[in-house]
Unconditional design. Structure first.
Lengths: 256, 218
């Protein structure tokens, strides 16, 4: 008996609506993040991640209201990411009912922000999101670099060193997305995930590329992930969370 | 009407636990008032106290002392049921190793210790700290607060420190990471848990519902 591995459905939201896939699933409650969160929670999701991808980032009030509405109905952990730039943004999200915030671009622009945030709110609620892309040539030892802005902007930061630095600065968890795999449905970048997971002392969430239930198993066993994050395999109704858990449990993974 | 006061000492997310209490009150048809407050008058008038906690122990204890929550608790635990959660549970001990050592409230004899950063599981993989996620809780002793909750049921944890009470008789729940640690303690009117019932879906909501009807004194 030990700690269970986690399945985390991810909701990408634009102006308070889920935008990745869900709209094809059920027209009646299409894309309402509160409904979608509640459905996943009832199905046995271990956490929910809510990423605000609203382009006009000035007004976060929609997001705050959505987070409040989710937190009033969903009694599992809730991580909120997107547009977290100031300590007050974190305070607002935690007050709205988020348990953790995910910090991406701001961490790259100002690593000290991660230290300030974890000092103020505790490491347990600070997740650093890392978008990494393989930059080594075929045949060379693998090397991954950090990118921002959805994989468009290179930073020159090497991924393993960056992950270790973020943990030293107080990140309580790493949300690791492979930009090479994101949206491809060809499985996680297992080498990347294993390299980061073995380099840091905090939990690592594997993200980017899930196309099948076996991909989830591989992420845990070969990628050494502590949790797996997926969107489209659940949003499109390809698989349910109970199916995923049963499949993983049959392969010897401790699940809730 | 039962009145639950959630002790607000400026640390962490109190919204979740207040919403969860309201949810189970409505579900169980228990007339309920939930206050989130630091007012000594309201806390003294309440029927039950919920003592939450998130964040670093040094900051928590500083606020607990500044608002005299420690004195209020010492007096109120004699009078009414108290549920402490996570850092709230840890703050009830005498001393925590966190932040280079912090004296705590001392309602329970014992210490708060950090997980070993180099512990390995059965396969030889290093265990991550914080201990974050869903783990099974063994009900080491029967207690009214465990009513309708499966033994070895899952609860959500997120913590790097755990309590080690001097009196093993106070331990009512344990989990393994990789070795057993204390997940719940109880003594008279106090029930304290390391996990987050407000984030533990069915099992956690049941525990909160049990708290609304528990008459204390075990």
């Amino acid at each position: 008996m030990t700690l269970a591995k986690r399945i985390i459905p991810c909701l990408d939201c634009d102006n308070g609506r889920v935008v990745k896939g869900v709209k094809f699933l059920d027209i009646r409650d299409a894309g309402d993040p509160v409904e979608v969160s509640k459905r996943y929670c009832d199905q046995g999701a271990d956490e929910i991640t809510f990423l605000d991808i609203t382009a006009s980032a000035n007004d976060r009030s929609t997001t705050i209201h959505t987070v409040e509405a989710i937190a009033a109905q969903v009694f599992i952990p809730l991580t909120v990411g997107g547009g977290i730039r100031k300590l007050q943004d974190i305070r607002n999200m935690l007050n709205a009912g988020a348990d953790k915030v995910s910090i991406n671009t701001t961490a790259v622009l100002n690593p000290e922000f991660v230290r300030e945030a974890s000092d103020r709110f505790g490491s347990q609620c600070i997740v650093v999101a890392i978008d990494a892309k393989c930059v080594s040539a075929p045949g060379e030892p693998k090397r991954w670099e950090i990118f921002t802005h959805g994989g468009r902007n290179p930073t020159g930061l090497e991924a393993i060193a960056w992950a270790k630095k973020m943990v030293a600065y107080g990140s309580g968890e790493i949300l690791l997305t492979s930009m090479d795999r994101d949206g491809t449905r060809s499985g996680f970048d297992l080498e990347l995930n294993r390299a980061i997971s073995e380099a840091v002392t905090v939990p690592v969430i594997a993200s980017g590329g899930v196309g099948s239930l076996q991909d989830l198993v591989d992420g845990i066993i070969e990628g050494k992930a502590d949790a797996v994050l997926a969107a489209s395999i659940f949003h499109f109704g390809q698989h349910t969370i109970p199916e995923a858990k049963a499949y993983m449990r049959e392969r010897g993974i401790e699940m809730r | 009407m039962t009145h639950v006061a959630v002790i607000d000492y400026g640390m962490g997310n109190l919204h979740s636990v207040a919403k969860a209490l309201e949810h189970v009150g409505k579900r169980a048809g228990i007339p309920l008032q939930v206050s989130v407050t630091s007012s000594p008058d309201v806390l003294r008038a309440a029927d039950r106290l919920l003592f939450p906690g998130v964040g670093a122990m040094r900051d928590c204890m500083a606020e607990i002392r500044r608002l005299c929550v420690d004195e209020m608790l010492r007096e109120q635990v004699k009078l009414k049921p108290v549920l402490a959660i996570c850092v709230g549970m840890q703050a009830l001990m005498q001393h925590s190793e966190e932040n280079g050592g912090v004296p705590c409230i001392g309602l329970f004899a014992g210490k708060v210790k950090r997980f070993d950063d180099h512990a390995v599981d059965a396969s030889g993989a290093v265990l991550k700290v914080p201990h974050m996620g869903w783990n099974r809780v063994r009900q080491s002793k029967p207690h009214a607060m465990w009513r309708d909750i499966d033994n070895n049921g899952h609860f959500y944890f997120v913590h790097s420190y755990f309590v080690a009470p001097d009196a093993p008789s106070e331990i009512v729940g344990e989990a393994d990471y990789p070795t057993p640690f204390c997940a719940a303690i109880a003594h008279k009117n106090v029930f304290a848990v390391q996990f987050h019932p407000e984030k533990s879906q069915r099992n956690g909501l049941q525990l909160l519902q049990n708290f609304l009807t528990w008459n204390g004194q075990a």
